[in-house]
Design a protein around this ligand. Structure first.
Ligand SMILES: NC(=O)c1ccc[n+]([C@@H]2O[C@H](COP(=O)([O-])OP(=O)(O)OC[C@H]3O[C@@H](n4cnc5c(N)ncnc54)[C@H](O)[C@@H]3O)[C@@H](O)[C@H]2O)c1
Length: 370
């Protein structure tokens, strides 16, 4: 393994230039292949929350403008392990990022009981011009980061655009694992302050662990662990769902009578009836109305998509206004283009630092006729 400092763009040849049918084209070469471990990913992303939120915002705008390709995610499921899955998110992004790639992310919920994280992932970046993969990045951090940045972006825009709006000062976390921690970190780092932070988890250990994290993080205000879901929701103006529920388990519309802003990150917690009584914003309509998410169930129940107000980009562009007289629910399916944008940002920063770990001779069969 070799550390190199500047292989992009137009990475140096790791082997011979690729000969085309009319002979070799000296401008096209095989990029070196690098591996970026989680420790490097974390060093790049830590403390850059504002920049990452801006990057995610710009990526949503690019995606909405059509400068991306983001096919449906593919869910690999196992008859012998029904709670587990591995999802493939292929994507391509244009604009200044200009990269293709794939996130391959596993969710094995039983890992948590064994003391290791539920989700694990890699991100492959492919060179725009040759298609060659040029980096493999540890991606559970990238995935959690882009999810939290998207949640913080949505919280900001949706609270700002709401009539009579302002930032809610009472937050409640429903499901308190790694994603909840990242979302809290992103909100705090982007200027949110809470008088009250509510915590609810079906696991007392998780609730206590999250409380410990909150206390260490120096968050101000009161922290309350709610045993009852109802108490958490009724006492929060910003509710973050980050459970691993596969089917809706929150069915009482009256709990939302105070019209909170809801970040429905785990996508399957809310009964469709609650969505039908709410203003619904998604990241991408076609993506979100799939895989039995609550919005997908609402579509199946009504036979139409009238319950959707639009996308976050519609809100950012002023095409959709955000109601104050009912709950507002943001359901982000999670787009591969966000992983690509954050992954390429990490790659570029690691290159800049001169610490890119290149795997020598990764691509080895480079002459067509030997
Ligand atoms: N939309 C997106 O873009 C996106 C991206 C990443 C993760 N996610 C989702 O975020 C969720 C959380 O991920 P994580 O890594 O934090 O998982 P995790 O396993 O670390 O934490 C989940 C927590 O939810 C709790 N929980 C599960 N069911 C519950 C219920 N019915 N009521 C109360 N608590 C419950 C668990 O006890 C656990 O503490 C997952 O569903 C994941 O798929 C969404």
């Amino acid at each position: 393994m070799t550390a190199v400092s500047s292989p992009v763009p137009g990475p140096p040849a790791a082997g011979a230039p690729g000969p085309g049918p009319d002979g070799p084209d000296a401008t096209v070469s095989v990029p070196p292949f690098a591996v970026i471990p989680g420790a490097q990913v974390r060093r790049v992303l830590q403390g850059r929350e504002d920049q990452i939120v801006q990057l995610v915002e710009a990526t949503y705008r690019l995606h909405s403008a059509g400068d991306s390709v983001n096919p449906p995610s593919y869910f690999l499921r196992f008859p012998d392990r029904p709670a587990s899955r591995i999802i493939a998110l292929p994507a391509s992004i244009g604009g200044p990022v200009r990269v293709d790639g794939l996130k391959w992310i596993s969710s094995f919920p039983q890992n948590v009981a064994a003391g290791i994280p539920r989700a694990s992932a890699v991100l492959i970046l492919n060179d725009h011009d040759t298609g060659y993969p040029f980096a493999c990045l540890e991606s559970s951090i990238i995935s959690a980061t882009r999810t939290a940045a998207s949640a913080a972006l949505a919280a900001d825009w949706l609270s700002r655009e709401r009539e009579g709006g302002g930032r809610p000062a009472r937050i409640g976390f429903f499901g308190t694992g790694l994603i909840a921690r990242y979302i809290h970190t992103f909100l705090a780092a982007t200027g949110w302050r809470f008088h009250e932070t509510g915590v609810h988890d079906r696991s007392a250990d998780s609730a206590a662990g999250f409380r410990g994290y909150l206390e260490q993080s120096g968050t101000g205000g009161r922290i309350t662990v709610h045993e009852r879901a109802e108490d958490l929701i009724r006492s929060s103006d910003l509710v973050v769902f980050a459970t691993i529920a596969g089917l809706p388990h929150v069915t009482e519309l009256s709990w939302f009578g105070h019209n909170p802003l809801v970040l429905h990150i785990s996508l399957r917690d809310l009964a469709p009836e609650i969505l039908l009584a709410s203003g619904n914003i998604v990241d991408d309509v076609e993506h979100c109305l799939k895989a039995n998410t609550s919005p997908h169930l609402a579509e199946q129940l009504t036979g139409n998509r009238d319950f959707l107000l639009g996308t976050l980009d519609d809100v950012m562009a002023g095409r959709v206004s955000v109601p104050a007289d009912r709950p507002v629910v943001f359901s982000p399916f999670g787009l591969g283009v966000l992983d690509l944008a954050v992954g390429k940002y990490v790659y570029d920063e690691v290159v800049r630092s001169g610490e890119l770990n290149v795997i020598d001779e990764f691509f080895h069969e480079l002459r067509r006729y030997g």
